[in-house]
Design a protein around this ligand. Sequence first.
Ligand SMILES: [Zn+2]
Length: 320
Amino acid sequence: MNRFLDYLWPVMDAPVPIVAAHVVAAWPAGVHQRLLDLGFLMQAADTDRVRCPECQQHFEEVIARTGPDGAVRFYVLCPEVLRAEVPALARRQWGVNMTAITDALAAALRLTGNLTTLLPNRAWRLGRTIWQNEPRDVVLARGLNWKDASSVRAIITRGRKPIVLVPDTKPPNDLWRGRVPPILALSQAATIGEGGIDLDPLELAATILDADKRTNAPDTDGINLDRLKLLIRQQVKAEEKIGITDDILVAAYRQEGTVREAAAFLARTTGQEISKDSVHRALQRAGGTATAVLNDESSPSVVRSRPSARGRKKKPTNPI
Ligand SMILES: [Zn+2]
């Protein structure tokens, strides 16, 4: 697998997405030229500050001197050699061509709609895709872990269930308020193929599925118990008798880990007698064995079990 792009993403993640000659010189042979050929890097204005070409130990402002022949030469002051000449190549630097990269990403994902800049040099809407029959915006953003990231976040979250691409470093989850979108680091998923950028479809799918699952899943365990009790109270109150639905019976089972304890829990919460049989029947209606019900995490409407309940189900004896 080619790794040319591994050298691009960290540059793209830097506040000033420009790479200096001494950095490029340390890259493996061919990488720099390949990134230039692809159009992802392009030559920028020469820098006025370079690493000393003689001792390599310090960075200095470049001083221009016109020689007796009228030609301009460049130097830096150096404690080792006093004055070190700076060759023209050492002042070169290359910037990331965001236009080329956003175009390539939109093409790689076969996105529809317009590619637009949401915030100059920071965020782009690459286009729209259909994920599991649902339209989703795909956004590329830089600097989601910089101090001013909240302004970029605000723009991204206006999109339609956005899928976010970042060059390399993912932002912390607490950047987002509420839903944490799927975030794919290009450094983990992008390679160069024959037609341009290739994105690993498995990596992309896993990223979206993981994020959507987190969003749809019930909140932390502590909240689950309260929510379950609230649901029970609502049901009992609504029917003025014990009318516990299968959802609640199954949720209580997941919460407590055994039929016996689920029945006891429901009895405590409702103040009424709930038989083990009613829990058992609900489990059977919900799809068979207790293990199957416990392992089914696809239903967002049913509360997930606590870690203690999960631990209990591992006992060799069948709880039912
Ligand atoms: Zn020096």
